[in-house]
Design a binder for this molecule. Structure first.
Ligand SMILES: NC(=O)c1ccc[n+]([C@@H]2O[C@H](COP(=O)([O-])OP(=O)(O)OC[C@H]3O[C@@H](n4cnc5c(N)ncnc54)[C@H](OP(=O)(O)O)[C@@H]3O)[C@@H](O)[C@H]2O)c1
Ligand SMILES: [Zn+2]
Ligand SMILES: [Zn+2]
Length: 353
């Protein structure tokens, strides 16, 4: 399929919801004065890519070139971009534009833009193709304001998941001031969860991995967890009741919240980042009896994404990745659905000709 005909760029695309992804040619807009042309080296594979490719959230537009954990090198810049030299290692995350005027944008929280931000893929745009196309492609053109700098000491493949999984966990952990003296539970050891464990550990908290997979316990400890709690073990869960200062919930499917709420101390918060839609029955008793809170959090703004990358650079934090060729993406989606990835797939764009 040819999404556009001029200046073709190789990409991988899904033609419709649930369709297998395959090779296509796309076109990017010409580099404008504030734009950066990036040669993409690696792109992480987020569970949101799978949700979007399956249209789980009813907001997907096709053809879709997924990918919002983008790491590459600057190829060229527009005349007004003075701080990004050619060859510089840069990243692009989940959003490539926002209104730049609303309160959220002024507060550097573009992900909560009142007018709605532009997703890196599957959003309407004036660019060729009329939809944004993401990082499962060789090149991308992005406004400088939405490009972040990646510390050169980080391995680029392993750093790519920082652009979504990293910031989505770092943002709530720092918003809720996770640090020394706190006991933090990270629920779900997948792409987000393993980054959550690493960041919570680096921030100085005592970290408990809360998992449905006892066999992941050893990995969890290696990643920085001090303890492992198997959520299907009712006795163990009861022993941890009212012990947590903060819970970060990354489960990607609807589930029973109530079993986790009772783990919180009085006045503490469980933050939901797994995008799960409506929940059936939230028992208000643990909320009322312990003045506990349920909250949500969406990725992070550009300023805190840069801060997260700088923190990752200083602490040498990257993802544990399985680097795969682009043509293996359909198999990767199947494995991700089975929670069978350690702990993030990353596409090597050099394998796309
Ligand atoms: N809020 C945001 O801004 C944001 C950003 C990015 C992604 N997301 C969403 O966050 C979710 C997680 O993404 P991800 O990339 O980390 O996914 P992932 O790599 O597939 O990991 C999810 C983990 O959740 C656990 N899990 C899976 N099914 C479960 C079930 N039925 N019950 C309990 N636990 C289960 C598994 O860990 P264990 O084996 O350890 O139990 C699994 O490894 C997705 O829904 C994604 O769309 C949200
Ligand atoms: Zn993501
Ligand atoms: Zn805005």
């Amino acid at each position: 399929m040819n999404i556009s005909s001029t200046k073709p760029i190789s990409a991988f695309s899904a033609a419709a919801a649930g369709a297998r992804l395959g090779p296509v040619k796309i076109e990017r807009r010409p580099v404008g004065p504030r734009d950066v042309l990036i040669e993409i080296d690696y792109c992480g594979v987020c569970h949101s890519d799978l949700h979007m490719a399956n249209n789980d959230w009813g907001m997907s537009a096709f053809p879709m070139v997924p990918g919002h954990e983008i790491i590459g090198r600057v190829v060229s810049t527009g005349a007004e971009v003075s701080d990004l030299a050619v060859g510089k290692r840069v990243g692009v995350g989940c959003l490539v534009d926002s209104c730049r005027q609303c309160e959220a944008c002024e507060d550097h929280l573009e992900q909560y833009c009142a007018k709605g931000f532009t997703l890196t893929y599957s959003s309407p745009t004036k660019d060729p193709g009329e939809l944004t196309f993401g990082g499962y492609s060789k090149q991308i053109v992005v406004d400088r304001n939405y490009v972040v700098m990646v510390p050169e000491n980080l391995d680029p493949a392993a750093a790519s998941p920082l652009l979504c999984a990293g910031i989505t966990t770092y943002s709530p952990l720092t918003h809720w001031k996770v640090g020394p003296g706190m006991t933090v539970g990270v629920i779900g050891l997948g792409g987000l969860g393993h980054m959550g464990v690493k960041f919570a550990h680096a921030l100085g908290a005592r970290v408990v991995m809360i998992t449905t997979s006892p066999q992941k316990g050893e990995d969890a400890r290696r990643l920085g967890a001090d303890e492992v709690l198997v959520s299907t073990d009712a006795q163990a869960m009861a022993a941890w009741a009212s012990k947590f200062d903060f819970l970060l919930n990354t489960i990607p499917v609807p589930h029973d919240f109530n079993v986790y709420m009772t783990l919180l101390k009085r006045d503490s918060t469980m933050c939901i980042v797994g995008a799960i839609g409506p929940i059936a029955a939230l028992n208000t008793a643990p909320l009322i009896m312990g003045r506990r809170n349920v909250a949500g959090s969406l990725i992070g703004g550009l300023k805190e994404t840069q801060e997260m990358l700088d923190f990752a650079g200083v602490h040498n934090i990257t993802a544990d990745v399985e680097v795969i060729e682009v043509a293996a993406i359909n198999e990767a989606y199947v494995r991700m659905q089975r929670s069978d990835v350690k702990y993030r797939f990353v596409l090597d764009l050099a394998t796309l000709s």
